[in-house]
Ligand binder design. Structure first.
Ligand SMILES: Nc1ncnc2c1ncn2[C@@H]1O[C@H](COP(=O)(O)OP(=O)(O)OP(=O)(O)O)[C@@H](O)[C@H]1O
Length: 268
């Protein structure tokens, strides 16, 4: 329920998972995930393809609910509220816990409308022009677009489109921003701009980012979870967390050989 979620906004640990197992039908995609995601920090999920990074991040805003075969056991707490309790409204969850995807996906609408759409949908009564400007400024896009707010969002460059998507996520005043490989479709300069932006955004938001880019994880994040995948006797490949630590520990003094090999590019 939204009131529960509001009250829960006070604590310092934003997400806490407990013995989390995630399935698609009979397939156990990720097992035994027990981690805490701290407030106002950037937490990176790294690991080889198919180890379940996206699956876990998508559980944090109940996006997997939209997949029929998806189910989980164990717990995910958002500020100590059971995120999957019967009285939690997934739509409200997704307002508080926003998401930015791999491929920039602005609406086929004006830049202004891309930002205004979400707040209008949730009944925002304040000054919309001010909100649009503030969101674009927070996403470091205002200077690029202030003179063409009526232009189509889809006509911006890829990097600008991704910052527009970040501005759109911010506009509904979320608590958390989840990012699933937000820079993988961007050139190196746009990528660095988004990474700079992340450092500003973490003052206000908690960020969880999935990335394949080791330099990005080491440059931009405060904490890193390294996932790996192992096959069972039926040949099913299940992901799990090998190590979750401060980012410098993961990159400079990992406890596990698999982590060492992955972060130094000698994996597989
Ligand atoms: N909708 C789905 N239905 C069935 N299986 C799925 C679904 N989505 C993901 N999976 C499977 O779950 C496992 C984890 O996938 P996931 O996309 O979470 O991994 P990932 O670590 O994010 O991979 P990548 O780095 O390649 O994006 C994979 O085996 C994948 O095939």
């Amino acid at each position: 329920m939204s009131t529960n979620l509001q009250a829960a906004r006070q604590t310092e640990t934003v997400f806490r998972t407990q013995d989390l197992n995630i399935y698609y039908g009979d397939f156990l995609a990720v097992k035994n995930v027990s981690i805490e995601i701290p407030k106002n920090k950037i937490t990176a999920f790294i690991g080889p393809s198919g180890c379940g990074k996206s699956t876990v991040i998508r559980c944090f805003n109940r996006l997997n609910d939209l997949i029929k075969s998806f189910h989980l056991d164990g717990k995910i707490f958002y500020k100590e509220q059971d995120l999957y309790a019967a009285d939690i409204d997934p739509v409200e969850v997704r307002r508080q816990i926003g998401m930015v995807f791999q491929k920039p996906n602005p609406f086929p609408k004006s830049i202004y409308e891309n930002i205004a759409f979400g707040p209008r949908l949730v009944g925002y009564k304040g000054d919309m022009d001010e909100l649009v400007e503030r969101s674009l400024k927070q996403a470091a896009l205002w200077d690029d677009v202030k003179d063409k707010l009526k232009a189509m969002g889809t006509d911006l460059s890829g990097g600008q489109q991704q910052r527009l998507c970040i501005a759109r996520a911010i506009a509904v005043q979320p608590d958390v921003i989840l990012m699933d490989e937000p820079c993988s479709a961007l050139d190196p300069i746009s990528t660095l701009k988004v990474e700079d932006l992340l450092q500003e955004l973490k003052e206000r938001y908690t960020i969880v980012i999935v990335t394949h880019n080791m330099q990005q994880a080491s440059r931009a994040s405060d904490f890193t979870a390294f996932y790996n995948v192992e096959a069972n006797d039926k040949g099913q490949r299940t992901g799990y967390i090998v190590e979750y630590e401060r980012t410098e520990a993961i990159f400079q003094s990992p406890k596990h050989q698999a982590t060492q090999e992955y972060v130094s590019g000698r994996f597989g």
